[in-house]
Design a binder for this molecule. Structure first.
Ligand code: DX5
Ligand code: ZN
Length: 222
């Protein structure tokens, strides 16, 4: 099948006072990426399920919730209730990622696992049969606007090889520092879904930037 990169703008870089309008500005987006931070798993606080629910009400696009929170098993249900199409949680935040993924699937929601830049991928390869997506963080989670860490692309390549070899339908997502300069290397390494916060909302025309990013990913993989 041909390569169809998905662009998921992060509303973390949007104007929180006008989220409906900010989402209307990005009709070209494939997914809406919602960054949930609890001030414990990461040293920053963003918003929780009530805001995710409000976002879900103003868009028909798949809402992709990235939970940077402790004890995800306790909270994932709230994001399913909020209307998430996919919920990604961090493997560092739970003792049993499979239980959390199974919980999401039992509620009819797609499940993703996320790895911080310093977390190796090998211990989690057994989970590939049980998840729909792996999010490789390319910055330390917690803040938008940081610089892309190219060293995480080794993990992306390892995942790409494993997923293809096993013939699995698992997406690889990358998040952090993605812009028109970095997206090509991430696409070449094997990413399918690209989160971009500051690159999209910092652009004069956010929707045009989404098209630029998608074209950059497609060109790199061609
Ligand atoms: C970081 C978040 C990212 C962030 C990306 O912890 O998970 O989704 O919003 O922002 P940029 O694209 O500015 O690095
Ligand atoms: Zn994110």
């Amino acid at each position: 099948m041909s390569y169809q990169p998905l662009i998921a703008p992060s509303i973390l870089s949007a104007d929180f006072a006008r989220l409906d309008r900010e989402i209307e500005r990005i009709p070209a987006a494939d997914w809406i990426h919602v960054d949930v931070m609890d001030g414990h798993f990461v040293p920053n606080l963003s918003f929780g399920a009530p805001v995710a629910k409000a976002v879900g009400k103003v868009t028909d696009k798949p809402m992709d919730c990235h939970l940077m929170i402790e004890d995800p098993a306790r909270w994932v249900g709230d994001y399913v209730d909020a209307g998430a199409a996919s919920v990604t949680f961090h493997v560092e935040a739970t003792d049993d990622p499979k239980v959390v993924a199974d919980l999401l699937h039992s509620r009819g929601c797609r499940a993703g696992i996320s790895l911080k830049p310093g977390t190796p991928v090998e211990p989690y390869l057994d989970l590939l049969e049980h998840v729909d997506m792996v999010l490789v963080m390319s910055v330390e989670p917690g803040f938008g606007g940081q610089s892309f860490m190219p060293e995480v692309l080794d993990k992306v390549r390892a995942l790409r090889a494993e997923i293809d070899q096993r013939g699995l339908d698992v997406l690889i997502q990358i998040d952090g520092g993605i812009d028109s300069h970095t997206i090509g290397d991430a696409a070449s390494a094997g990413c399918d879904v690209f989160v971009a916060g500051s690159a999209v909302y910092g652009a004069p025309d956010p929707d045009a930037m989404i098209e630029t990013l998608r074209a950059g990913a497609a060109a790199a993989r061609a």
